[in-house]
Design a protein around this ligand. Structure first.
Ligand SMILES: NC(=O)c1ccc[n+]([C@@H]2O[C@H](COP(=O)([O-])OP(=O)(O)OC[C@H]3O[C@@H](n4cnc5c(N)ncnc54)[C@H](OP(=O)(O)O)[C@@H]3O)[C@@H](O)[C@H]2O)c1
Length: 322
């Protein structure tokens, strides 16, 4: 089969190559999937760079998620069968065939296109899991950083559905803007995160802040939290060092929590995961615009696909298809 592999960690354009290799085999609780489409995500670049929580085993097939059709099942699989169309999360997705554990495989309802289903296993489940971790009463105010990201857009939609009041923090030129999560209308503008947040918290502090950025601006986020509020760090778009006095946390009685999708999935109940899938498929069926696609490339055109990711600055994902 054709696969995009790397034999050492590095920048995707330097280390990725297309090779013909033998197809994997589904063991015990795994399924073998003929893959139709896979998105290129920030997590893929971290994985290829050796900076992700899942470490490559060389030669490593790239890619962490996709959509396709089950073609074979391991000996212990009872809940799935060949012919079922599934979204999945598993290292090795950028190949014609991939194996995935049944716990990371999600049957796709009919009518959902590959463009949407291929992105299901990471960002939508992450957004759902983040709000589940906050467990906030209705009308609570939440702040979402990197507010134009795909995760943020799904978070805002889920928050609206749950009766929460979402506010988005976005980069704007050399400064920052605050947008209303319901309609993307601008609420405030400023040159620093600190400054723009000071304006906004005059209307009330936030019960939870969901942060994909990290780095030194995290400190301004802490000051925008309600006492006993929760800051969840789930991304490292800026992985710079943070210098912090413990007093800043303890005077607020706040919780600062990390969130990784795999850790969350390992600790969530089947019932909760079932509810997440049902709610998310409904939302994505009604609002496919939440998972925009910029362009699609075959596996053999991986370098063009990577270049398009670097060059495009509008929201959405580049897909590898076929
Ligand atoms: N913890 C988990 O399990 C988990 C799961 C899924 C995703 N994530 C993380 O969530 C984040 C969002 O993922 P996504 O796929 O939704 O992203 P995306 O759609 O590719 O969007 C990335 C956004 O981040 C903004 N951004 C990039 N660097 C920034 C910086 N230094 N400061 C402020 N904003 C910055 C970009 O803003 P501009 O438009 O200004 O460039 C862009 O809007 C990523 O960090 C990803 O790794 C984590």
């Amino acid at each position: 089969m054709q696969a995009v592999i790397f034999e050492q960690s590095g920048r995707p354009e330097d280390v990725l190559v297309v090779r013909d290799i033998s197809s994997p085999i589904a063991n015990q609780d795994q399924v073998l999937i003929q893959v139709a489409a896979r998105p290129i995500q920030p997590a893929d670049f971290l994985f290829i760079g050796g900076r992700y929580r899942i470490k490559p085993v060389f030669p490593q097939i790239a890619g962490l998620e996709g959509v396709g059709t089950i073609v074979a099942c391991g000996t212990e699989v009872t809940s799935l069968k060949p012919g079922v169309r599934v979204a999945f999360r598993s290292p090795g997705a950028w190949a014609e065939f991939a194996v995935a554990a049944t716990s990371r495989v999600y049957p796709v309802p009919s009518g959902i296109p590959d463009t949407i289903a291929s992105q299901f296993a990471l960002n939508p489940l992450t957004a759902w899991g983040l709000l589940a971790e906050c467990d906030l009463p209705k009308s609570s105010r939440i702040l979402i950083t990197a507010g134009r990201s795909v995760v943020a857009r799904i978070l805002a939609r889920l928050a609206q559905r749950k009766g929460l009041k979402a506010t988005l923090l976005v980069r704007e030129g050399s400064g920052y803007s605050i947008l209303d999560g319901d309609n993307s209308q601008m609420i405030a503008q400023g040159t620093t995160v600190d400054g723009v947040l000071q304006d906004v918290v005059k209307n009330g502090l936030f019960y939870a802040i969901l942060d994909a950025v990290g780095g030194p601006t995290s400190l301004a986020l802490i000051d925008a939290l309600e006492p006993r509020g929760r800051l969840i760090s789930y991304g490292i778009l800026d992985d710079g060092d943070i210098t912090l006095k413990a007093s800043r946390l303890l005077y607020k009685n706040m919780i600062w929590q990390g969130f990784g999708i795999d850790g969350w999935l390992n600790n969530t109940t089947q019932e909760q995961l079932g509810t997440a899938q049902q709610e998310l498929w409904e939302i994505l069926s009604d609002h496919p615009e939440l998972l925009p696609v910029i362009d699609s490339f075959s596996l053999s055109r991986i370098q063009e696909a990577i270049h398009t990711v670097y060059e495009t600055h509008c929201p959405g994902k580049v897909l590898l298809v076929g």
